[in-house]
Design a protein around this ligand. Structure first.
Ligand code: FAD
Length: 395
């Protein structure tokens, strides 16, 4: 049995690693650039399990367990168990509060901390009045610069062939099935092909008559210089301010800012590269000002490292993951909104289960690629939308 994984981002590498762990035959990963060349190397790596759908909560719960296992299994990788603090405005909390019974039922732990409790835990962190904090004690963050090479090395040790600089430009179709891929270096036959090309999904799959309702948006995050004393803070998703931040590896802080008015970014060509993206330099100042509200009294140094990349969202905001009904042999994983890093350990495991067993340990029918009727896909793809118009999803 041969499985080809297209794309060596966190999702593709994770799928390959789980297939190899199961000894599910030959596994070949084809990546058009170097490993992690897409959004994965740009991610902030923040992870929370407190999502909005039963499937999302279950899959993230598995991811959080796997991140801890991977910390023991991968050389040079450590999941930072700081917890993740999700902040909500009064309006945002009205939407989130009804999900607490879901978290109770699925045993996803959480704590609701008031302003005094927040100050007691993290003295440098202030919560603006009227804000509710939902703390995920199992959440935290990872450094993608540690995780990507560690996962790739482990996959290779387990026998996975990772071929970089090898672009897939088409599929071998035989008797209504996907039977392999076409690359500049030649055709490769396979029993299963997994597409994990994220922002390039429409460019790769539309030519074989598979339109998926996904849209891409530019997103940016920054790291500031090391600070003499790093404030003790968890990962923070500050939804009311539309920012997030966490400690960074270098001893500085990492922060990201949303841009709701920005229009979608269409990726039309397989040759597109995220290094061609640019953003308004004023966003750096804006992010700093907003962070200062939550970290008063902290002298925030200016931002040094900038990472700009793409996020993909689906029509209903949930990921798309699983076999493609109309094309046996093809499996897809895409549209992880701004949370694909957080999803990756469980997403890879689920893909491996689909390929090797034909069924999964968690019911992910809500993520099925077949769930969108064509009459909904066509108008969705025909119109340009702004990021504020997509179903809002964070990490
Ligand atoms: C600035 C920023 C911050 C983020 N912060 C977070 C965060 O805090 N937490 C979180 O969970 N997520 C975060 N995300 C989202 C996260 O990065 C993505 O959801 C995740 O990386 C998706 O992984 P992937 O493997 O599906 O895609 P990618 O990493 O984009 O991988 C796809 C790969 O496919 C390759 N490829 C494309 N076409 C072809 C082809 N034809 N042939 C061969 N290879 C091909 C590409 O080169 C690329 O390497 C962030 C994203 C950005 C941009």
């Amino acid at each position: 049995m041969t499985t080809i994984v297209i794309g060596a981002g966190v999702i593709g590498l994770s799928a390959a690693y789980h297939l190899a762990r199961r000894q599910a035959g030959r596994v070949v990963v084809l990546e058009k650039g170097p490993i992690g060349d897409g959004s994965s190397s740009r991610a902030a790596g923040i992870i929370t399990g407190l999502l909005w759908s039963p499937t999302g909560v279950l899959v993230r719960k598995r991811s959080l367990a796997l991140f801890r296992e991977l910390s023991r299994e991968l050389d040079g990788y450590q999941f930072r168990e700081t917890g993740c603090r999700n902040l909500f405005s009064a309006e945002g909390w009205t939407e989130r509060q009804p999900l607490l019974p879901l978290y109770d039922r699925l045993q996803a732990p959480y704590e609701i901390l008031n302003e005094d409790e927040v100050s007691a835990c993290w003295p440098s962190l202030r919560v603006p009045e009227g804000t509710t904090g939902l703390f995920d004690p199992l959440g935290g963050y990872s450094e993608t610069s540690e995780y990507l090479p560690a996962l790739a090395a482990k996959a290779r040790t387990l026998g996975v062939e990772i071929r970089d600089q090898q672009q897939v430009y088409g599929f071998l179709l035989r008797n209504g099935r996907v039977a392999g891929v076409k690359t500049a270096a030649g055709e490769i036959e396979a029993d299963a092909v997994i597409s994990t090309v994220y922002s390039w999904t429409r460019a790769l799959l539309e030519p074989i008559g598979l339109p998926l309702p996904v849209k891409c948006f530019v997103h940016q995050r920054y790291v500031c210089r090391p600070r003499p004393s790093l404030p003790n803070i968890p990962a923070v998703n500050a939804n009311p301010c539309r920012i997030y931040f966490r400690p960074a590896l270098c001893g500085g802080l990492l922060g990201g800012i949303e841009t709701p008015e920005r229009e979608e970014f269409p990726v039309r060509s397989l040759d597109f590269h995220q290094s061609s993206l640019s953003v308004d330099p004023d966003l750096r100042r804006e992010l700093r000002n907003r962070m200062q509200i939550l970290l008063p009294g902290q002298a925030l140094p200016s931002w040094e490292e900038e990472k700009i990349g793409l996020l993909t969202f689906s029509l209903d905001g949930e990921p798309i993951l699983g076999p493609v009904g109309q094309l046996p042999g093809l499996f897809v994983a895409v549209a992880f909104h701004s949370g694909g890093f957080a999803y990756n350990p469980a997403a890879g495991e689920l893909l491996a289960e689909f390929v090797a067993d034909g069924r999964t340990s968690i019911d992910v029918s809500a993520f099925s690629p077949d769930r969108f009727p064509l009459e909904e896909i066509e108008p969705y793809l025909a119109h340009t939308i702004a990021q504020k118009d997509v179903v809002r999803r964070r990490h």
